[in-house]
Design a protein around this ligand. Sequence first.
Ligand SMILES: [Zn+2]
Length: 212
Amino acid sequence: MAVAPSFQPLLVPTIFPVIEEMTLKQLFRNIIIDEDTCIAWLKSNGLLATGMMCKCGRIMRPGTFSGIADGKGWRCPEKSCKKFASMRIGSFFEDAHIPLTELVGFLYFWADNLQTTAFLHKNLGWGEHTITDWKNFVRDLCVEEFLVNPQPIGGPGHIVEIDESKFGHRKYSRGRMLSGQWVFGGIDGETKDIFMIPVQDRSAATLVPLIQ
Ligand SMILES: [Zn+2]
Protein backbone atom coordinates (compact mmCIF):
# COMPACT_ATOMS: atom_id res chain seq x y z
CA MET A 1 0.00 0.00 0.00
CA ALA A 2 2.69 2.51 0.98
CA VAL A 3 4.15 4.19 -2.07
CA ALA A 4 6.80 6.86 -1.94
CA PRO A 5 5.41 10.12 -3.31
CA SER A 6 7.17 11.21 -6.45
CA PHE A 7 6.51 14.91 -6.06
CA GLN A 8 7.16 17.72 -3.62
CA PRO A 9 3.90 19.46 -2.76
CA LEU A 10 3.94 23.22 -2.75
CA LEU A 11 3.84 24.73 0.69
CA VAL A 12 0.26 25.53 1.59
CA PRO A 13 1.17 29.25 2.11
CA THR A 14 2.15 29.58 -1.55
CA ILE A 15 -1.49 29.02 -2.50
CA PHE A 16 -2.73 31.97 -0.45
CA PRO A 17 -1.95 34.67 -3.04
CA VAL A 18 -4.19 32.68 -5.45
CA ILE A 19 -6.92 32.22 -2.85
CA GLU A 20 -6.82 35.84 -1.71
CA GLU A 21 -7.59 36.98 -5.27
CA MET A 22 -10.61 34.69 -5.35
CA THR A 23 -14.17 35.64 -4.48
CA LEU A 24 -16.56 33.36 -2.60
CA LYS A 25 -18.64 33.22 -5.79
CA GLN A 26 -15.67 31.91 -7.80
CA LEU A 27 -14.89 29.40 -5.06
CA PHE A 28 -18.46 27.99 -5.16
CA ARG A 29 -18.89 28.14 -8.93
CA ASN A 30 -15.48 26.99 -10.13
CA ILE A 31 -13.74 24.96 -7.45
CA ILE A 32 -15.79 23.33 -4.72
CA ILE A 33 -18.63 22.24 -7.01
CA ASP A 34 -17.70 18.59 -6.39
CA GLU A 35 -14.69 16.53 -5.34
CA ASP A 36 -13.53 15.92 -8.95
CA THR A 37 -13.43 19.63 -9.80
CA CYS A 38 -11.73 20.36 -6.50
CA ILE A 39 -9.10 17.65 -7.12
CA ALA A 40 -8.40 19.09 -10.59
CA TRP A 41 -7.94 22.56 -9.10
CA LEU A 42 -5.62 21.27 -6.35
CA LYS A 43 -3.57 19.42 -8.99
CA SER A 44 -3.32 22.46 -11.23
CA ASN A 45 -2.05 24.47 -8.26
CA GLY A 46 0.54 21.92 -7.14
CA LEU A 47 -1.16 20.85 -3.93
CA LEU A 48 -1.93 17.33 -5.17
CA ALA A 49 0.33 15.17 -7.32
CA THR A 50 -0.41 15.04 -11.05
CA GLY A 51 1.60 11.86 -11.49
CA MET A 52 2.87 9.06 -9.28
CA MET A 53 5.79 6.69 -9.50
CA CYS A 54 5.41 3.25 -7.94
CA LYS A 55 8.16 1.78 -5.75
CA CYS A 56 8.67 -0.81 -8.50
CA GLY A 57 9.54 1.98 -10.93
CA ARG A 58 6.39 1.98 -13.06
CA ILE A 59 4.32 5.11 -13.59
CA MET A 60 1.05 4.63 -11.74
CA ARG A 61 -2.32 5.25 -13.36
CA PRO A 62 -5.18 7.24 -11.86
CA GLY A 63 -8.19 5.17 -10.94
CA THR A 64 -11.31 4.90 -8.86
CA PHE A 65 -11.22 2.66 -5.81
CA SER A 66 -13.59 1.90 -3.00
CA GLY A 67 -12.30 2.01 0.54
CA ILE A 68 -9.81 4.79 -0.12
CA ALA A 69 -9.94 8.52 0.68
CA ASP A 70 -11.93 10.40 -2.00
CA GLY A 71 -12.56 7.07 -3.78
CA LYS A 72 -9.71 8.00 -6.14
CA GLY A 73 -6.06 7.26 -6.31
CA TRP A 74 -3.20 5.66 -8.19
CA ARG A 75 -2.66 2.06 -9.22
CA CYS A 76 0.47 0.39 -10.53
CA PRO A 77 -0.15 -1.23 -13.95
CA GLU A 78 2.51 -3.89 -13.31
CA LYS A 79 0.67 -7.21 -13.01
CA SER A 80 3.03 -8.59 -10.35
CA CYS A 81 2.75 -5.36 -8.31
CA LYS A 82 -0.71 -3.76 -8.52
CA LYS A 83 0.04 -1.44 -5.59
CA PHE A 84 -2.40 1.40 -5.10
CA ALA A 85 -2.14 4.73 -3.32
CA SER A 86 -4.41 7.54 -2.25
CA MET A 87 -4.76 10.65 -4.41
CA ARG A 88 -3.60 12.59 -1.33
CA ILE A 89 -0.31 10.78 -0.84
CA GLY A 90 2.59 13.16 -0.21
CA SER A 91 0.26 16.13 0.10
CA PHE A 92 -0.67 18.25 3.08
CA PHE A 93 -4.08 16.58 3.08
CA GLU A 94 -2.67 13.04 3.32
CA ASP A 95 -3.71 12.22 6.88
CA ALA A 96 -6.93 14.23 7.00
CA HIS A 97 -10.27 12.44 7.03
CA ILE A 98 -12.07 15.48 5.68
CA PRO A 99 -13.42 16.02 2.13
CA LEU A 100 -11.05 18.10 0.00
CA THR A 101 -13.87 20.55 -0.80
CA GLU A 102 -14.17 21.35 2.91
CA LEU A 103 -10.40 21.71 3.28
CA VAL A 104 -10.26 24.16 0.37
CA GLY A 105 -13.19 26.04 1.96
CA PHE A 106 -11.21 26.19 5.17
CA LEU A 107 -8.12 27.56 3.36
CA TYR A 108 -10.34 30.20 1.73
CA PHE A 109 -11.82 31.30 5.07
CA TRP A 110 -8.40 31.20 6.74
CA ALA A 111 -6.86 33.39 4.02
CA ASP A 112 -9.74 35.85 4.40
CA ASN A 113 -9.20 36.00 8.18
CA LEU A 114 -12.52 34.29 8.91
CA GLN A 115 -10.99 32.15 11.60
CA THR A 116 -13.23 32.15 14.67
CA THR A 117 -14.22 28.72 15.95
CA ALA A 118 -17.92 29.72 15.87
CA PHE A 119 -17.72 30.80 12.22
CA LEU A 120 -15.81 27.71 11.06
CA HIS A 121 -18.06 25.37 13.05
CA LYS A 122 -21.18 26.92 11.55
CA ASN A 123 -19.90 26.94 7.96
CA LEU A 124 -17.86 23.73 7.83
CA GLY A 125 -19.54 21.71 10.55
CA TRP A 126 -16.14 20.87 12.07
CA GLY A 127 -15.62 20.20 15.75
CA GLU A 128 -13.55 22.44 17.94
CA HIS A 129 -10.57 20.06 18.00
CA THR A 130 -10.45 19.80 14.19
CA ILE A 131 -10.71 23.58 13.82
CA THR A 132 -7.90 24.20 16.32
CA ASP A 133 -5.75 21.50 14.71
CA TRP A 134 -6.04 22.92 11.19
CA LYS A 135 -5.63 26.54 12.29
CA ASN A 136 -2.41 25.62 14.10
CA PHE A 137 -1.21 23.46 11.21
CA VAL A 138 -1.67 26.17 8.57
CA ARG A 139 -0.29 28.89 10.85
CA ASP A 140 2.83 26.83 11.53
CA LEU A 141 3.28 26.18 7.80
CA CYS A 142 3.09 29.94 7.20
CA VAL A 143 5.64 30.56 9.96
CA GLU A 144 7.98 28.01 8.39
CA GLU A 145 7.58 29.68 5.02
CA PHE A 146 8.52 33.07 6.48
CA LEU A 147 11.48 31.56 8.33
CA VAL A 148 12.75 30.16 5.05
CA ASN A 149 12.21 33.51 3.27
CA PRO A 150 12.77 36.24 5.88
CA GLN A 151 12.90 39.86 4.78
CA PRO A 152 13.70 43.08 6.61
CA ILE A 153 10.79 45.50 6.83
CA GLY A 154 10.00 48.98 8.08
CA GLY A 155 12.10 52.07 7.52
CA PRO A 156 11.55 55.78 8.19
CA GLY A 157 7.90 56.70 8.62
CA HIS A 158 6.71 53.09 8.75
CA ILE A 159 5.12 51.83 11.96
CA VAL A 160 6.01 48.21 12.59
CA GLU A 161 4.02 46.12 15.05
CA ILE A 162 6.19 43.51 16.72
CA ASP A 163 5.51 40.47 18.81
CA GLU A 164 7.06 37.18 19.76
CA SER A 165 5.33 33.82 19.95
CA LYS A 166 6.16 30.19 20.40
CA PHE A 167 5.23 28.08 17.41
CA GLY A 168 5.17 24.37 16.80
CA HIS A 169 5.41 21.58 19.40
CA ARG A 170 1.90 20.46 18.56
CA LYS A 171 0.61 16.97 18.24
CA TYR A 172 -1.12 17.01 14.86
CA SER A 173 0.00 14.11 12.81
CA ARG A 174 0.68 15.71 9.47
CA GLY A 175 3.28 17.94 7.96
CA ARG A 176 6.67 18.93 9.25
CA MET A 177 6.73 21.05 12.35
CA LEU A 178 8.99 23.17 14.48
CA SER A 179 9.76 21.78 17.90
CA GLY A 180 8.68 24.62 20.15
CA GLN A 181 10.61 27.42 18.48
CA TRP A 182 10.40 31.01 19.73
CA VAL A 183 9.83 33.28 16.78
CA PHE A 184 10.23 37.05 16.74
CA GLY A 185 8.19 38.75 14.09
CA GLY A 186 6.54 41.93 12.94
CA ILE A 187 4.26 43.45 10.35
CA ASP A 188 4.81 46.71 8.53
CA GLY A 189 1.58 48.67 9.10
CA GLU A 190 1.88 50.36 5.70
CA THR A 191 3.06 47.70 3.29
CA LYS A 192 1.72 44.72 5.32
CA ASP A 193 5.09 43.03 4.80
CA ILE A 194 5.83 40.41 7.43
CA PHE A 195 9.09 39.17 8.86
CA MET A 196 9.78 36.32 11.28
CA ILE A 197 13.07 35.31 12.84
CA PRO A 198 13.68 32.26 15.07
CA VAL A 199 15.31 33.31 18.37
CA GLN A 200 16.91 31.41 21.27
CA ASP A 201 15.15 33.42 23.95
CA ARG A 202 13.09 36.56 24.51
CA SER A 203 15.72 38.67 26.28
CA ALA A 204 16.34 42.31 25.34
CA ALA A 205 19.92 41.38 24.36
CA THR A 206 18.50 39.08 21.69
CA LEU A 207 15.52 41.15 20.50
CA VAL A 208 16.80 44.77 20.49
CA PRO A 209 19.43 44.25 17.75
CA LEU A 210 16.76 42.58 15.60
CA ILE A 211 14.38 45.54 16.04
CA GLN A 212 17.14 47.98 15.08
ZN1 LIG B 1 4.40 -1.16 -8.86
